[in-house]
Design a protein around this ligand. Sequence first.
Ligand code: GUN
Length: 295
Amino acid sequence: MAAGNLIDGRVIAEQIHAETAQRVWALKSRGIEPKQVFVRVGEDPASKVYVGMKEKTSARLGIASETRVLPETTTEADLLAIIGQLNADRSVHGILVQAPLPKHISESRVFAAVAPDKDVDGFHPINVGKLMLGDETGFRPCTPAGVHELLIRSNVKIAGAGVVVLGRGNIVGKPMAAILCQKSHHADATVTICHSRTGDVADHCRRADIVIAAMGVPEFVKADMVKPGAVVIDVGVNRIADSSAKNGSRLVGDVDFTRVQPIAGLITPNPGGVGPMTIAMLLANTTRAAELATR
Ligand code: GUN
């Protein structure tokens, strides 16, 4: 469904899944079974949902997966030991440790422990460095890579565009900016990162041809912050109280969708925009890890 000015992430994700499924089939015809392992520590409700969706979609594409569920009390040393075993296991091509981790575990040490050639999340410092350098042999983090694909496959002109990225997190904001500012095909944008200490965020947004909201503030991007015709991508997933909802809360993005949609040239719905793309890029990364491991 490409209704009006909507960028339908579900449709584009299905296109990528179809391409990935072909590659999985090619691997299997050579006797190679692509496999990834998800590691989830504790019972964070959102993480349970995300890992469950990743497992289900893996199965649909013929990628084997296994989820290691570890108790909240797992020590960092135990988690690092498990990652070490998965690194050494030749049947495992991709490893994903779901964030957030419990407070007593260092995410950066854990991400750095995953073998870079199995780091389908793109969080290892080597892959982060390759992304910055424009070295395409690394793995790109799934959410910003998914946003990039959404823009490309929606024929958005990125070269020369003014892009505002809202948020400077390691999972989305920083890698997003790095992808779009590269001197390369489908990049070459002029990128501004805005964050909690930016003076006049609205002023930056109003000048942007593309706004990518990934700061985790419910419905932050308002209609008067968007230039008419601009492309608006909503990465946010925020749970807010809603007494009229069955469980007392509902999910909203970082964009005030109802008011921004009439002004935007193109806009992602939320849900159904960026979310499905994250999984599509993960499975593409895992398939690539299997292809590279078995060349
Ligand atoms: N938590 C939120 N987004 C992500 C992601 O892309 N990968 C992992 N591992 N954890 C996350």
